[in-house]
Design a protein around this ligand. Structure first.
Ligand code: AN7
Length: 358
């Protein structure tokens, strides 16, 4: 009998893609075995598009701390460790802080995380606290927090692990490698939510490197989506008071703006905004029709694809990136679903059977 594939064989993305990454034999590899996330067909979305289109989601919410940030953080923290660093800092809408906290802990470093007070989803805040980070909540938004941590990292011997740290993008580009390795080619479209635009930049790097090496023949069209209330890249502006239910991408002044704009001006990218209600509609479709629970920011990739339905090429292959796990934001889930939830029932058979409609 053939031996089944064993997940334990997966060494984490630095080992898996070592020759593509700026690591040497002496780099200490700090890993939680991130990467190797599934590419799942989503027929409910494909059916809405018709014309032979195939749609997959790259479910990066299955990473060890529940988001794609782990791909970048294994690299950033390993390189920080290699450089002898003892503390890291980041600003975060939640996922970066969760990931930085976990990887810094494993690397034996302190983690300081600055977050916008009241605008980080419960699951993410819980993670930073559980992983023992020093959590600093400011009365200000993410953009302000990022300004502060950039200044602190300049002044003190603390390594910045936001996506201005180039090792973050190096790690994150492996998601593009995994997609090509799984499909045998690049998709026609890659649909992805944008906040600071680090991830879209990393994917673009990954696809380009693979194409150059002959691992794929084509490059995907990069479809970047932002929430309408926080869409500085779509409208080519800075948003002073960004607002959206998708708190992960509640960002008004993206730090990777120029890199994102370069993708767009090269003719390989298109940016579009999606409203909160379009995000929630996509979020519900994934939950109710696919059994896939992502966080609202991630659902922007599906919302954007559905909004661009008329432009999808016939028989194309599309990958939507689900950047974060739905469990991160239980409040959003509880407030946005169509489930029948019967509460305060008398604890007897008759009442329960009646509530069941029997
Ligand atoms: C689920 O955690 O910026 O365009 O501080 O958590 O690379 O910024 C999170 C961003 C998409 C946007 N989806 O990625 C942070 C943070 C989820 C996210 C994005 C984020 P970028």
């Amino acid at each position: 009998m053939a031996k089944p594939p064993v997940m334990q064989d997966w060494p984490g993305l630095i080992e898996a893609y070592r020759s593509w990454l700026p690591v040497s034999s002496t780099t200490p590899v700090i890993t939680l075995k991130e990467g190797a996330t599934p590419l799942i067909p989503v027929n409910s979305i494909a059916e809405r598009l018709g014309r032979g289109v195939k749609v997959y989601v790259k479910y990066d919410g299955l990473n060890p701390t529940g988001s794609f940030k782990d791909r970048g953080m294994t690299m950033a923290i390993s390189k920080a460790k290699e450089a002898g660093c003892e503390a890291v800092i980041c600003a975060s809408t939640g996922n970066t802080s969760a990931s930085a906290s976990a990887y810094a802990l494993r690397g034996g470093m302190r983690a300081f995380v600055l977050i916008p007070d009241g605008y980080v989803a419960q699951g993410k805040l819980a993670q930073a606290l559980v992983y023992g980070a020093e959590v600093l909540a400011i009365r200000g938004n993410f953009d302000r927090a990022l300004d502060i941590v950039q200044e602190i990292a300049k002044k003190y011997p603390i390594t910045l692990v936001n996506s201005v740290n180039p090792y973050r993008l190096e790690g994150q580009k492996t998601a593009a490698f995994e997609i090509v390795d799984a499909l045998g080619e690049a998709p026609d479209w890659l649909c992805i939510p944008m906040g600071n635009a680090g991830n879209i930049t990393a994917y673009w790097m990954g696809f380009q490197e693979y194409k150059k090496a002959g691992n794929c023949q084509n490059l995907p069209k990069m479809m970047g989506f932002q929430a309408s209330g926080s869409a500085p890249l779509v409208f080519n502006t800075t948003v002073k008071e960004p607002d959206t239910i998708a708190t992960a991408i509640r960002i008004g002044n993206p730090v990777n703006r120029e890199k994102a704009m370069a993708i767009k001006s090269s003719g390989n990218g298109e940016f579009l905004d999606v409203t909160d209600s379009e995000i929630i509609e996509a979020y519900k479709i994934l939950g109710q029709e696919e059994g896939i629970f992502c966080e609202p920011a991630s659902a922007a990739s599906i919302a954007g694809l559905l909004k661009r339905k008329a432009e999808v090429p016939e028989n194309s292959k599309i990958v939507c990136v689900l950047t974060g796990n739905g469990l991160k934001d239980p409040d959003c889930a509880i407030n946005n679903n169509d489930a029948s939830f019967h509460t305060n029932l008398d604890p007897d058979i008759q009442t329960v059977a009646q509530a069941m409609g029997l």
